[in-house]
Design a protein around this ligand. Sequence first.
Ligand code: SF4
Ligand code: SF4
Length: 371
Amino acid sequence: MKKVVILKIGEYDFDLLKEKIKTATSKHFSPATLFKEGDKVLLKPNLLLPAKPEEAIITHPIFIEAIGAIFKEIGCSVAIADSPGGFVGNKDMENIYENSQIKEIAYRQNFELLYPNQSIVADGFPLCWWVNGFKMVNLPKLKTHDIMTLTLATKNLYGCISGLHKSHLHKVHTKTDDFTNIILKLYKMIKPSLHIVDGILSLEGNGPAKRGSPRKLGAVIIADDALYCDWAISKMLGLKDDFNPLIKQAKKEGLLEEEAEIISEFQGEAIKDFKFPEAFILNRLPSPAISVFKGLFNFRLAINKAKCSGCAKCVQVCPAHAIKIHASKVTIDYKKCIMCMCCSEMCELGAVDLCESFFIKAIKALSKCRQ
Ligand code: SF4
Ligand code: SF4
């Protein structure tokens, strides 16, 4: 039976995290049987871009450190790896490690830092080399996501795809349903031994990057399966299954039919006022309505000139080549734009805004029910 354990932990205290997570995993998942001395453990956090821990965009470094220390104690070697969205070379990864305090914790605990500099191909997917040869522990951040509504354990596996291939997949699979299928294919292919979600300080609103807002939830979620983990969190946040594209599709495919045991220190309390992304409204409307009235439901990106530095990162990551930069001025070709949101995710200054059409604003104003 699949198992999900939800702990109440209110702060990023190394000793507290290590103790509570160690106790819970020993009691419910038995890491001593899952992991043994000499194992090579790979921690796979969400390291989307260089960010301060308090921005709640990346898995908190102290969270990663405390979990790595548990495996060190068993006698495992510990490595950290991710393949963030706009990766073009090892220098980008180095920048994230350096500026997100990951290098600091790795040095302190003698963890190895890996680089996504080589790829392998599995089932047609270009994956990072480190997907093989390690026992993976998935360490996602609990965040909202413009396209997927939430990004949790399953979506974090997208960070196993090598470098700019991620942008290419966005280009080829433009619809939410198609993109969801890619995530589910990865779920069937990559099976981490354990998932431990950092929901102590989560990101709500227009996540998963700089446009989101940090929100203290005080939750750590441990599970042996990514989908059941996400399902339990989605329920805890009060999100209906039909409004969560991943859960909806997984249920259609019969992937959530097993019984699962959920042990929660929240004792079934749903979090009532968690803010989902503005684009979430599209997941709440029947798809035929969206196709028929496509124009009315349009969202558009706009560059916030006051924030934009002209760094051109968005130009590099745009899979549709829809962004141009001239004399530090960024322009978007809306005919080419496929609304993949890669530019918004990778902009370190939060300078890519999402503007709603008048029609969507009106629906939201009239809508009384949250979900
Ligand atoms: S929008 Fe963001 S990523 Fe693009 S040039 Fe401006 S600051 Fe850089
Ligand atoms: S402009 Fe942004 S949202 Fe549009 S295709 Fe390019 S990266 Fe994606």
